[in-house]
Design a protein around this ligand. Sequence first.
Ligand code: FAD
Length: 456
Amino acid sequence: TVSIVWFRQDIRVEDNPALHYAAKNGNVIGLYIEAEEQRKEHDESDAKVGLIYDSLLKLREQLNKLNIPLHIVKVETFKDQIKTLENWVDEVSAEGLYFNNEYPLNEKKRDNDVESRITKKGCRVERYDGDLAVEPSVIKNKQGEPYKVFTPYKKAWVEQHKTSRLKPLDAPQKQQYSIEKQVTDDFSKNYRDDIWHPGPIAAMERLQRFLGKVEEYKANRDIPSLSGTSLLSPYLAIGAISVRQCIFELYQHYNQDEGKLYGDKWLSELVWREFYRQILIDQPEITRHKPFNPDAKEVWVDNQEAFEAWKKGKTGFPIIDAAMRQLNQTGWMHNRLRMNAAMFLNKLCLVDWRWGEKYFMQQLIDGDFASNNGGWQWCSSTGADGAPYFRIMSPLSQSKRFDPEGDFIRKFVPELESLDKHSIHEPSDEQRTELDYPAPVIDYKESRKRALELLS
Ligand code: FAD
């Protein structure tokens, strides 16, 4: 007998429940079905698709050593994915189909369709949760409702996590299967593979390197010119590493000291990821461009000029421009700058946060619906536990505080390279003309005043 493991956002051999349990039941073959058109509809970036493709080739190397083939098939839509699965189930006479759940609305609907259609064929469908460190939907407040605020959620998460399985699942044993020809439809895309090495092994190496400096994370995480964060988000987004693997390795790093694990700042960020995923699971309407908070004030204007300048990194605010150019050039942006860039566009330029959310998705190599939507709604004060409406980060004071020497600006806005650490945050009119750097696209003080009036 043979089962099919349908790989999706879980491009890994370890801690992959669908793969682990399928292999316990007999021989397995792996299948990945890229839906190109659907991905475009979901605004996912070429960079992310490129990383996925190359990571699949690395995954295949690992699987093949276990005598597990991996077929890589390209189609257009989710509907085609379902048809492809039906064909494969028939062709290999599969007795089981195994996969790990995805939570956005379209994906959920597709998976339910898959389950009913494949089951009708007499093939068992087994679904697992592999994307969270605690099972979804078990963390509830005293009234049995999902949490809407992070701090009490995290407290409850820690208690729940203490009773959850900490250890990642093993990779499967070597199979009794001979690998014949493997299908490889090409959907490769360009991305910065000099920065983002593909595959689960590269992801684990990155985690281990980061753990060597995790003690400095709290101090360095807000300084964009330092490599103070893990840079693991692209791998977590495509599932080349699991959050459980991250937490387990962190625990090992602290010699299994629970106090250190649960007091760790980096762990807290991983819990933010869980929080936003749980919100998506509990309130899937947010995938329909709805604000999390239905009473949120939405006063956005059609400011195309500011939006275009923002996208290009030509707003005339050096820290915002450096941030946007980092995004455009590398597919990634530092978290402190994501907050600044988002608040700048949304609150100071009054551009709809959905425009920014979409542009981020189209560029980010770590584009992830739950975290991106959560981040944007946090910044625009429409979300769960969002910043209060009057919280508007000042690009100038944030720049001076988090990039005091101007090193980050110099790296991504090279036309300002010659400026000293004082004027680089806010060049004079003469310096702008001389260096061919744009005038500010908005007047900060007036824009702030306007936002406060409209949003209060
Ligand atoms: P680290 O600081 O090393 O954190 C470790 C991991 O924790 C990250 O890889 C990520 O998986 C998770 N994490 C950290 N911060 C957050 C957070 N605030 N919310 C949710 N998860 C978090 N993250 C994405 O993965 N994909 C996105 O599309 C995305 N869009 C964002 C949009 C906005 C407007 C904002 C404000 C934040 C967004 N984030 C997103 C969250 C955060 O900025 C990135 O996860 C982080 O910068 C990734 O870098 P890192 O891996 O070095 O993070």
